[in-house]
Design a protein around this ligand. Structure first.
Ligand code: T46
Length: 135
């Protein structure tokens, strides 16, 4: 898997005089939804992530505020800015990701393909790089 497999997906936005509504369902993102979690009350200067997933597919949305997502595949690196609740970033398995530059009050919504499983993580960068270099 390489960083070019990540992509921004535009979500439906339904607008009326009461405001906007955006939804995510199975045929909009390229995996079945297994879990939803969100990061919030993030102190200024914090960094989240700093790991890769072996099998998990992920879709990240700045449902409020803005932040950056850096993805790496062991050779190349790409940075995405998320700052609209109707755009999200799809990240396939085996990519290292780090989130930073959170605007105060940001909420990072993560929609992922499976339940939490610590065995699915590479949390050590050297170990991750060693592994991908053998693939
Ligand atoms: C990712 C980024 C964007 C759980 O018990 N259940 C869960 O569903 C999750 C996601 C985490 N946890 C526990 C595991 C740790 O003890 O919560 C603690 C903090 O998790 P972590 O250090 O992995 O948090 P982040 O923000 O660095 O990473 C999370 C996700 O783990 C990861 O998949 O891509 O958000």
């Amino acid at each position: 898997m390489n960083v070019n497999s990540c992509r921004i997906i535009e979500l439906p936005k339904i607008t009326d005089s009461r405001g906007n509504l955006t939804f995510v369902e199975g045929d909009i993102i390229p995996f079945d939804i297994g879990r939803v979690y969100y990061l919030y009350d993030i102190p200024a200067g914090s960094e989240r992530g700093g790991h890769a997933h072996k099998a998990l597919h992920q879709f990240l949305v700045a449902s409020s505020g803005a932040f950056k997502v850096h993805v790496e595949d062991g050779k190349n690196r790409k940075t995405f800015s998320l700052d609209r609740p109707y755009f999200g970033l799809y990240i396939p398995p085996m990519l290292w990701r780090t989130l930073d530059d959170f605007v105060t009050g940001s909420v990072a919504l993560a929609i992922v393909s499976a339940r939490y499983d610590e065995d699915d993580y590479f949390r050590d960068y050297s170990e991750y790089c060693r592994y991908v270099s053998t693939q």
